[in-house]
Design a protein around this ligand. Structure first.
Ligand code: HEM
Length: 359
């Protein structure tokens, strides 16, 4: 049994033990062993750069791209859903960008099932709306942290040269939604043209109409050109830049058109989780047509020095609380600043040397 004197010394030691425990916890936290720290956009972009494929002066994701020009024309349905000027101005000249999702600007077009479309819509009242959509029907992860962990798990192990299977297993336990995305990526049909590709917004936005009624929506660009899927053999044989060549050929024959459709959320639909598609039975409205008439290399094109930040929105369209949407905006800004600095310092292969591939 402790004597009164030993009890006294134990009491004296207690604050010291507490301080030591606090210091140990601080080290564990700094080392990332305990607690969930905020993920910064800089950390996300550092990881993208560490992949070994990144080239100075190019976007940290969707590095390979083609600028385009065309018009955005709203339907009568659009003005019923939102007061945004883009939904009432009869026709708006727009610029945009098609891209491949990799951060390798020289990636072969057949390599990834994920393609992007971005559009900048500037209306006659001086407002602006920037949109960036992808060909996947839902996002890989429900949170930015999950997306970062997925990218970390994909980094090749220096010893084997391949991603560590144990890391991948742990990732799928922590983020089961990623398995659904992987299954989609394996089986998704790869169309033979950007013109026949459907692009989906996946993040939710709030539209406000003239009466102040709010609706949560997700938008997509649905091509009028029918999809023709390529076989794995055709993809293997295809030229590195077959999509750019196909686009030039199609545009020489006439414009390419997409219908912009919004899906309207029903109560209970996951508004803040882009990894969960809404049921196809949800009410939809066709709100605009996008007509693409011209394409040009990004190297000197007007889309190169643009940041298609999905949070640049006009009155009448607002962001949802989806954390992925907000993380995107922050990450695009860091990517934009880094690439513009590299271009200004002359560190980039753009705009003079393109090796014929980084359109
Ligand atoms: C946390 C999740 C995401 C991160 C960290 C991320 C990161 C990035 C970055 C760094 C860029 C390059 C920005 C620039 O330098 O201008 C980019 C481009 C792009 N992203 Fe994301 N992204 C995310 C999610 C998404 C989602 C959900 C979509 C589609 C629905 C998407 C579609 C695009 C498209 C289309 C581009 C190319 C835009 C352009 O042509 O400039 N991204 N992304």
């Amino acid at each position: 049994m402790p004597t009164p004197t030993s009890r006294g010394s134990m009491l004296l030691l207690l604050p010291i033990a507490l301080i030591l425990a606090l210091i140990a916890a601080l080290f564990a936290w700094v080392g990332g062993w305990i607690g969930q720290r905020d993920l910064t956009p800089q950390q996300m972009m550092d990881l993208a750069q560490a992949s070994g494929k990144q080239q100075p002066g190019f976007r940290r994701a969707h590095s390979k791209g083609i600028c385009f020009a065309g018009t955005f024309a709203p339907t009568a349905e659009a003005a019923k859903l939102s007061t945004a000027r883009a939904f009432s101005q009869p026709s708006i000249a727009v610029i945009g960008r098609f891209s491949a999702s990799s951060n390798n600007p020289y990636a072969p077009d057949g390599a990834s099932p994920v393609r992007g479309m971005a559009v900048q819509i500037k209306t006659d009242d001086g407002q602006e709306w920037r949109i960036a959509m992808n060909s996947f029907p839902f996002f890989a992860a429900s949170t930015p942290q999950g997306f970062q962990q997925m990218n970390e798990a994909g980094v090749p192990d220096p010893v084997t040269g391949k991603p560590d299977p144990n890391k991948m297993k742990a990732l799928l336990v922590a983020h089961p939604e990623i398995a659904a995305f992987m299954a989609w990526a394996k089986t998704a049909p790869k169309s033979d043209s950007l013109g026949s590709t459907r692009f989906n917004g996946v993040n939710a936005f709030r539209l406000t109409d003239a009466q102040g009624v709010e609706r949560m929506v997700r938008w997509s660009m649905r091509p009028r050109t029918p999809l023709v899927a390529m076989t794995p053999e055709q993809l293997k044989m295809a030229d590195v830049n077959f999509l750019a060549a196909d686009l030039d050929k199609r545009l020489a024959a006439g414009p390419l058109v997409w219908d912009m459709v919004v899906q309207i959320a029903a109560p209970g639909d996951p508004i803040t989780d882009p990894s969960k598609a809404w049921p196809e039975s949800r009410q939809e409205a066709t709100i605009a047509t996008l007509t693409v008439v011209h394409a040009e290399p990004q190297a000197n094109g007007p889309c190169r020095d643009l940041n298609f930040d999905p949070l640049i929105l006009p009155t009448g369209i607002a962001a949802s609380d989806d954390p992925v949407l907000h993380a995107r905006s922050a990450a695009y800004s860091v990517s934009f600043n880094r690439r513009e600095r590299e271009i200004s310092e002359g560190k980039t292969a753009q705009p003079n040397v393109q090796n014929g591939s980084a359109r």
